[in-house]
Ligand binder design. Structure first.
Ligand code: AGP
Length: 590
């Protein structure tokens, strides 16, 4: 997490730098700051909160051709001005994305057990010390000291810093956190992603792991981990990124509406012959692993259901757990990694691990040119374009579409085109549908502390995502549960105040769902039913009526109303669904 922008050039970079930083706010908005040179001195402006607030702090004439900026998502150390970045110490201003895992080795004794101090704050002190050792100051001598300190550090980093005695220069380094260089007009920018650079740069260079260097308005030097100078091959910026985002009051709402199109675009873009070739030599005995975090993991759970028809051995694992339970990963496995951003640290680490074990890797990624997209053996793009709201909505729809198309590729009856055409037809029909009674559900749940989402089979898997969505934007505790489990303990919470949202789209489980509703109703519990079936729907206090479709396609029908429910509940409670508290869009730390 955390977003970094840095720039050096021949013109005033502050206004542009602040705009670029705004584009990185999705990476965190606990605090924000910039540091810059003016008349040979380092100055800084920092605030608690987001970039709009920072802009207010900078609403006076700052004129500088060298700047670094940061937007923070706190991992270590409380949210306060001291930990807000750039960290300013002695003659240094430093921004960091990542974690210095061994930062306590650098901390003073009195700081050892002080959880309020950030890892970056402690680490910067050591950089200060290292630079104080220098007898002779030049770009290269500073860089050597910086590199030595990094060699003794553990963790992940994208770092930029300014040093008072070299006022036209930015030092940088990258390991396991994304960092991109961009060629602008009479300036060079550094950013946490290509998107942040897309409005002002023509070309980009994605730094590789362990690269480091320095840049001034006249020079750019990049070195690899052995200290060898690297050639830089600039590439054109991804055009998709230049499109401006939807200008709606609420981005999450627009993105939910774009979900169906994202799924359709993904199917249109899906290259069946390319994927089929990759899958050609797979036997049903091949072990398939699917991994990702949060919403991406939930999409993977649904894919298991589709893939299991052809592969008896499919495991879906949270990326963080994949790292723990990795004993069985070997060259006989295919590992599928799902990620919207393509930068999630846990997932990225899994890709590296799978590659080390010589497993085949396949990525379902929504961001082209992201770290995961660049690393996997085969890439399937989720065509949702850039997603801005923290809650993943349209990217989930694109992931589902990609995973469905993938599973249809291994269909032994070779009926994949038929299946995908049917999905497209369903998606098109969903575009014109109005879902009624969601407002009534919002009124029923808005003041609850806790509710259940219940379903069986596929409905349970969709419930997992519905629950995550509602939780993260409306701050209601939601537990998604296989409906059959209710009577094994959780039914104890049911009383006349308790609301259960029951999902029932599957013909195969509908009778069982009716029993589940009865069990809740006879204890006085309130029930909301999302279902196409009249006999199930009528049992609920509120029936959100869905269209009927084949069981295996139901997630596409169910997801939209559940996303909308989450969004409307957040709005009704007066929360900003685009920026839920404590969250960030891209989780680039483990
Ligand atoms: C859900 O709304 C979140 N945005 C989150 O769970 C997200 O899906 C997860 O952090 C994984 O991110 P990724 O898809 O970018 O890898």
């Amino acid at each position: 997490m955390c977003g970094i922008i840095a720039g050096v050039g021949e013109v005033n970079l502050i206004p542009t730098g602040l705009e670029m930083l705004k584009n990185l706010e999705y990476r965190g908005y606990d605090s924000a700051g910039i540091a810059y040179f003016e008349k040979g001195e380092i100055f800084a402006q920092k605030c608690i909160g987001g970039v709009d607030k920072l802009k207010e702090c900078c609403a006076f004439n700052i004129d500088s051709n060298v700047m670094i900026g940061h937007t923070r998502w706190a991992t270590h150390g409380k949210v306060c001005l001291q930990n807000a970045q750039p960290i300013i110490q002695n003659n240094i201003a430093l921004v960091h994305n990542g974690i210095f895992e061994n930062y306590k080795e650098f901390a003073y004794e009195f700081e050892q057990n002080d959880l309020t101090v950030s890892d970056t704050f402690c680490w910067t002190k050591y950089l200060v010390k290292k630079l104080e050792e220098l007898a002779f100051i030049s770009e290269e001598s500073v860089l050597q000291q910086f590199k030595q300190l990094l060699d003794n550090s553990r963790g992940s980093w994208a770092i930029c810093f300014l040093y008072k005695y070299l006022p036209n220069c930015i030092f940088f380094a990258k390991k396991d956190s994304p960092m991109v260089l961009g060629l602008g007009d009479r300036c060079i920018w550094i950013g946490s992603d290509e998107y942040a650079l897309s409005q002002v740069c023509r070309k980009v260079y994605h730094l590789e792991n362990s690269q480091y260097g320095w840049v001034s308005s006249k020079n750019l030097r990049v070195y690899d981990k052995f200290g060898r100078e690297c050639d830089i091959f600039w590439s054109k910026i991804c055009n998709d990124l230049k499109e401006s985002k939807t200008q709606n009051d609420c981005i999450m709402e627009s993105e939910i509406e774009e979900g169906i199109d994202s799924a359709i675009q993904t199917l249109e873009n899906f290259d069946f012959s390319y994927v089929s070739k990759f899958l050609k030599n797979i036997s049903p005995k091949t072990k398939l692993y699917i991994s990702g975090c949060g919403t991406a993991h939930n999409a993977g759970k649904i894919a298991k259901f589709w893939l299991n028809k052809h592969f008896p051995f499919v495991e879906v694992e949270y990326a963080s757990e994949f790292l723990v339970n990795q004993q069985n990963i070997d060259s006989n496995c295919i590992c599928i990694f799902v990620s919207q951003s393509g930068e999630t640290a846990d997932t990225l680490k899994c890709v590296n691990l799978a590659k080390e074990r010589q497993a085949k890797t396949l990525g379902i990624v929504n961001m082209e040119n992201s770290s995961i997209a660049n690393l996997v053996d085969i890439l399937i793009l989720g065509k949702s374009q850039k997603e801005y709201a923290v809650a993943a909505t349209k990217s989930y729809m694109a992931q589902l579409a990609a995973l469905y198309a993938l599973s249809s590729c291994v269909d032994i009856e070779k009926s994949h085109l038929r299946k995908v055409d049917r999905l497209k037809e369903l998606l098109l029909s969903l575009k014109n549908i109005t879902i009624e009674r969601i407002d009534d559900v919002v009124e029923l749940i808005k003041d609850r502390q806790s509710i259940y989402y219940l379903g069986r089979g596929m409905d349970y898997l969709v419930a997992l995502e519905g629950a995550l969505k509602l939780k993260e934007v409306s701050y209601i505790h939601v537990e998604a549960m296989p409906a059959g489990e209710l009577k094994h303990g959780s039914i104890a919470l049911i009383d006349s105040d308790f609301v259960s949202i029951v999902l029932s789209t599957q013909n195969a489980t509908k009778e069982k769902m009716k029993t589940c509703i009865s069990e809740i109703k006879c204890r006085g519990g309130k029930v909301v039913v999302f279902s196409p079936f009249v006999d199930v729907g009528q049992m609920g206090d509120i029936w959100v009526k869905l269209i009927e479709c084949e069981d295996e396609l139901a997630p596409f029908v169910l997801s939209y109303p559940l996303q909308r429910l989450a969004y409307l509940t957040a709005k009704r409670k007066g929360f900003n669904p685009d920026k839920p508290r404590n969250l960030a869009k891209s989780v680039t730390v483990e």
